[in-house]
Design a protein around this ligand. Structure first.
Ligand code: IPE
Ligand code: IPE
Ligand code: MG
Length: 247
């Protein structure tokens, strides 16, 4: 019994150091957070945007290499125009505030279909990407007008326009034409707000990801909650279709 206790203690200490390579977060629950406080939904999005900055900085600090956050989905255009405009304005303010990038060593990239976005936002996105291109810390992807199915459709269109034949179609050929080409697949997907679905997020890339769900609403999500999630991740036994590895 004593030996067993020691074994588990030792094993836990070792496992808590296993960090995911790529965390993906569905930043959900802004509206409900605002409703609980009798505030407009816009207040929820503003609070959610603060949480986003805090969590991105924290991920960079603890040495996470890739973080992908879901900011606006291809389905979110269904919302009232005033709410869509509000979300786009929050993004504008974030991108105009150069302090968000200076000294952070965070590399920013946008994934998703940019075509229908306002011209000034597209320019701000390109500038933010160019300004942070040499950063060596966290690689932060912001999924904007992103949909997993839409991403696969784009990849297939590229494959056809490049003239690939059936023999060239491999999993790698598809991965190489997704917005996340060249990046490791997310190994840890976090969804707060009490929903248990992917909502069209990274559906190809998440094939072998671990999931972590919580009732916390995104504006309330703290670095301590991420620590808890990471500690759970480090105890998961990832088999990838193989057999148990009894280290
Ligand atoms: C997530 O919060 C933000 C976006 C989808 C842009 P929601 O706005 O979906 O918040 P709930 O789900 O209504 O609480
Ligand atoms: C997913 O949240 C999209 C983002 C967080 C940007 P939604 O609130 O849009 O997802 P559903 O509608 O609950 O599936
Ligand atoms: Mg939601």
């Amino acid at each position: 019994m004593g030996d067993k206790g020691l074994f588990f203690k030792k094993k836990k200490q070792i496992e808590t150091t296993v960090l995911p390579k790529h965390i993906a977060i569905i930043m959900d629950g802004n509206g409900r957070w605002a409703k609980k406080r009798s505030l407009p939904r816009s207040a929820g999005h503003a609070a959610g945007s603060k949480t986003f900055k805090t969590i991105a900085r924290y991920c960079n600090k603890i040495g996470i290499k890739y973080l992908t956050v879901y900011a606006f989905s291809t389905e979110n255009w269904k919302r009232p125009k005033s709410e869509v405009d509000n979300i786009m304005n929050i993004l504008r303010d974030y991108l105009k505030d150069t302090d968000n990038f200076k000294g952070e060593n965070i590399r920013l990239e946008f994934i998703g279909d940019r075509t229908p976005l306002a011209e000034d936002i597209k320019e701000l996105m390109l500038k933010a990407e160019a300004d942070s291109a040499d950063a060596t810390g966290l690689h932060l992807n912001i999924a904007l007008n992103y949909g997993g199915r839409d991403e696969i459709v784009h990849a297939v269109k590229r494959i056809v326009s490049e003239g690939l034949g059936p023999e060239d179609i491999t999993e790698q050929a598809i991965s190489d034409r997704l917005y996340t080409a060249g990046q490791p697949d997310p190994d840890f997907i976090i969804r707060p707000s009490g929903e248990y679905r992917l909502s069209n997020y990274l559906i190809w890339q998440s094939a072998y990801a671990e999931y972590w769900f919580s009732d916390i609403l995104w504006p309330d999500f703290k670095p301590e909650d991420l620590d808890k999630a990471l500690s759970d991740f480090s105890r998961r036994n990832r088999r990838f279709g193989g057999v148990e590895d009894n280290k």
